[in-house]
Design a protein around this ligand. Structure first.
Ligand SMILES: Cc1ncc(COP(=O)(O)O)c(C=O)c1O
Length: 260
């Protein structure tokens, strides 16, 4: 075992090092997740996270890894047999596509070279061919952690609009959020998926879905049968600062956000 001097500094694409003040905040005793103190902290955290996504719309916090928030995004708006357009930017785009297929969603996968981000012109071309509007969502990875390539999300939105297509824009910004520019409202994103352990420098185990009004409407009319991931169930209670499940990791987020 080599002798390592100095402080351990984690240098991988994430999980990223957790600042001391966050670690200290997390060591506080668990509080009553149904008590008024938690509700205050919950409301603060839910308001604060919106500014990170640069949105005025709803953000849902899940006690899960980013993979859970991927599934939540798909399950709330898509049902078995629905078609989506996905783009092969690297390992994580490929995993998201595999997940979609496991859920019975038909994923059309635009091939990529694992060296560059998405080409919005190719997305536009595919959508123009879908004159019957069978494609329900365009799913892209903002920052492909496996390669470091970043995709131009605002241009993907423009491509969808130029094609006159109603598909939702769903974006995995798990390693993008807090690391590179991301603007949910300005860029017209419908669902953003993120996680705690990359740009936010929190421990793994907390994930996010930011959702537009259009995505919430789609969820009200469709999606897969769901319970734990259900946006409506979450939003009905998080509006008061609480969560439907005992949220130990969420407690930690709330504490650590307060410490910032
Ligand atoms: C871009 C991207 N998407 C999805 C995931 C999966 O998230 P998690 O490992 O938190 O389940 C990761 C994890 O590294 C990722 O970098």
């Amino acid at each position: 075992m080599p002798h390592v001097t100095g402080r351990h500094f984690l240098q991988i694409p994430g999980p990223s090092p957790v600042p001391d003040r966050v670690l200290r905040a997390m060591s506080q005793q668990v509080i009553d997740h149904r008590g008024p103190e938690f509700a205050d902290l919950g409301l603060n955290a839910l308001a604060a996270i919106k500014s990170i996504f640069k949105t005025q719309q709803d953000v849902i916090i899940y006690p899960s890894s980013g993979t859970g928030a991927w599934e939540a995004a798909l399950a709330n708006v898509l049902r078995e047999g629905d078609r989506v357009l996905m783009y092969e930017t690297g390992h994580f785009a490929t995993l998201w596509k595999k997940m979609a297929e496991k859920l019975g969603i038909q994923a059309e996968f635009i091939g990529g070279d694992w060296r560059s981000g998405v080409d919005p012109a190719v997305i536009e071309e595919h959508l123009r061919k879908d004159s019957g509007h069978q494609i329900k969502a365009v799913c892209v990875v903002h920052n492909e952690t496996s390669t470091g390539s970043t995709s131009p999300i605002a241009e993907v939105r423009r491509a969808i609009d130029n094609a006159g297509h109603p598909a939702l824009l769903m974006v995995d910004t798990i390693s993008g959020l807090g690391s590179v520019d991301f603007r949910f409202d300005e860029w017209g994103v419908d669902v953003a998926v993120s996680g705690s352990q990359k740009g936010l420098m929190l421990p793994p185990g907390i994930s996010f879905n930011a959702v537009s009004r259009k995505a919430l409407d789609a969820a009200a009319q469709g999606g897969t049968r769901r319970s734990y991931w259900d946006w409506k169930e979450m939003l009905d209670i998080t509006g008061k600062g609480y969560f439907p499940i005992p949220p130990r990791p969420t407690c930690s987020t709330v504490w650590s956000m307060r410490s910032r």
